[in-house]
Design a protein around this ligand. Structure first.
Ligand SMILES: [Zn+2]
Length: 393
């Protein structure tokens, strides 16, 4: 594998030293519970590489079919995000312990296991079509093996290959590649219902309640079994996730009737309660219900301005860490002025003082304008200052 042998930025250069010192000070203040400004973080998720794909003209059809290339892109993207001063991230230095890598066939894992048609595209992530099964077909559906059914087998092959070739054998920029993640999991059982039954599952909730309950339960059981099978041994009894990428289309009543009982039941007897709720996109109506039933600590990827962040703060209370991102529509397609005004309107004094708050970038899909990321970071530093006398007019 042809990997870079050094960072292209010098951590001792004055501009980089200034950036790193400022990031360190802001992070330490946040960790001490006395933030001086809102942080703007970049996730180390293995699927976060679109900005780098743009730089090298990556063909995603190759990325998703060649595990060597998959690992190489993840490592080089992780290096690259340590070279561009657009996040609160230490530049020109590797992560403290090791690189975060893994099989990255999200979001096709669960739909692929059920033989949904997958679409490999040059420019972006894999997509899948819904199978639009009838109710009878859903009831008769044979669940794929969590060992190697359909796409699960492909993912397993990728993982075994990467572990054999590279795990604990490869050192990149001074840090090891260890614990290559297997990438198994789902986007939620309701999302899977949409992949298999299509939007008809929402009519079913009115027309055939018994079917909707039965089918959702069947998919939740399978999702749970898959996740437990492929979790690290210490995480086998971890909380059943609240995250589900299709639920924003449900009314509070339908969510309470069909989704919540499964979440409550699945989380009985676990080592811990679910504290994390990743929720990107719309779905304002769900936060009061979720926060009433679960002791949330972190809300992740709340999308502004699709969601009213101040209202969510009132609903979940002052202790929950709100991790917010600016909508892709603004970041990808908007002008610099659009980005700046979105950050300004989000970071009101009342929100900044209401409890722990962090901004993150989204998945940085191909086409994200790097100039807009620069503007975003500068705007967070400008409007994110916390103190009684902000420098901002
Ligand atoms: Zn999401």
């Amino acid at each position: 594998m042809n990997l870079s042998s050094a960072f292209t930025v010098d951590p001792d250069a004055p501009a980089i030293r200034r950036h790193n010192a400022q990031v360190k000070a802001a992070q330490e203040a946040f960790d001490a519970g006395r933030p001086t400004r809102v942080l703007f973080k970049c996730s180390e998720w293995v699927g976060q590489h679109g900005f780098y794909a743009d730089e090298i003209g990556l063909d995603y059809r190759e990325y998703y079919t060649n595990p060597d290339l998959m690992l190489q892109v993840q490592l080089e993207a992780a290096r690259r995000r340590r070279e561009i001063p657009v996040h609160d991230m230490i530049l020109g230095a590797p992560p403290r312990e090791s690189w975060s890598t893994g099989v990255d066939l999200w979001p096709a894992v669960a739909p692929g296991a059920f033989n949904c048609e997958l679409m490999y595209r040059r420019e972006t992530v894999i997509a899948n079509r819904s199978r639009h099964l009838s109710r009878e077909e859903c009831d008769a559906l044979v669940m794929p093996s969590i060992e190697d059914g359909g796409f699960v087998g492909t993912i397993r092959c990728f993982h075994e290959y990467l572990v054999n070739q590279y795990q604990d054998k490869l050192v990149y920029l001074g840090k090891p590649v260890d614990r290559i993640q297997n990438g198994m999991g789902t986007s939620g059982f309701f999302s899977l219902a949409l992949d298999l039954r299509g939007e008809e599952i929402m009519s079913d909730m009115y027309e055939d309640e018994a079917f909707a309950h039965r089918f959702l339960r069947k998919l939740a059981d399978w999702s749970d079994a898959l996740t437990r099978r492929w979790a690290a041994p210490a995480d086998r009894n971890a909380p059943f996730p609240l995250t589900d990428h299709g639920i924003d289309m449900l009314s509070p009543a339908m969510y309470e009737k069909f989704i919540l009982p499964i979440l409550l039941e699945k989380n009985r007897g676990r080592t811990d309660e679910p504290h994390l709720f990743h929720h990107c996109g719309r779905g304002q109506q769900l936060f009061p219900i979720v926060s009433r039933h679960f002791k949330l600590k972190t809300l992740h990827a709340l999308t502004y301005p699709l969601l009213d962040i101040e209202r969510i703060r009132r609903e979940v209370g002052p202790d929950v860490h709100l991790i917010v991102l600016i909508s892709d529509g603004i970041l990808n397609l908007g002008t610099a002025a659009d980005v700046r005004s979105a950050v300004k309107s989000l970071l009101t004094d009342s929100l900044k003082r209401s409890g722990p708050l962090t901004l993150i970038s989204g998945d940085l899909l191909p086409g994200t304008k790097m100039d807009n990321l620069h503007v975003l970071y500068e705007s967070v530093k400008e409007f994110g200052a916390i103190g009684s006398f902000s420098a901002t007019p």
